[in-house]
Write a protein that binds this ligand. Structure first.
Ligand SMILES: [Zn+2]
Length: 168
């Protein structure tokens, strides 16, 4: 991506069980096996709060191909951040498993990125689900998946995307 094109952040979870210590290198392997050039996310936040670099920001992401209010796929204009976890120990029930260290790291990373880039939208992956009933918001029943298992817009409010979606 060109620096000027970056205007959104999409937050994901790795959908790995609570407490399981997965790292960017593990995701990189899985994504390459799926045919990606390399890990699809730009950043990975480990259980201990360590922030790992995924693919460079100069590359488009491979984490969310859905278009948002801009009409362009998020992969072409957003930074993809993935925290490790997101499901309960059973490996399937969506759960906000973030450790305190991960929450702090995520806040710091988002704050840092919003200072460096003209970010207009911060969403969770599930917020990019299609608005099936056209009411301008993505409701729970419309989620294609639960990722990232917490309400990103409540934690990282950026009013602009709401105002944009009500304009149309
Ligand atoms: Zn996701």
């Amino acid at each position: 991506m060109k620096k000027d094109n970056i205007d959104a952040i999409v937050i994901h979870c790795s959908a790995t069980p609570e407490g399981k210590d997965v790292r960017a290198a593990d995701i990189d392997k899985i994504h390459r096996a799926r045919g990606f050039k390399m890990i699809g996310y730009h950043y990975v936040i480990d259980l201990d709060g360590n922030i790992e670099q995924g693919r460079p920001l100069t590359m488009n992401g491979a984490h969310c191909e859905k278009p948002g209010f801009s009409g362009r796929p998020y992969n072409s204009h957003s930074i993809g951040i993935c925290y490790i976890g997101g499901v309960a120990k059973d490996g399937k029930t969506p759960k906000d498993t973030r450790t305190d260290a991960q929450k702090l790291a995520l806040q710091a990373l988002v704050a840092n990125l919003t200072m460096q880039y003209p970010i207009r939208e911060i969403i969770g992956h599930r917020d990019a689900s299609p608005d099936l009933n056209g009411d301008g918001k993505i409701s729970k029943w419309e989620w294609m998946k639960a990722c990232p298992s917490f309400e990103v817009k409540a934690e990282f409010p950026l009013a602009i995307c709401e105002s944009k979606s009500s304009e149309k």
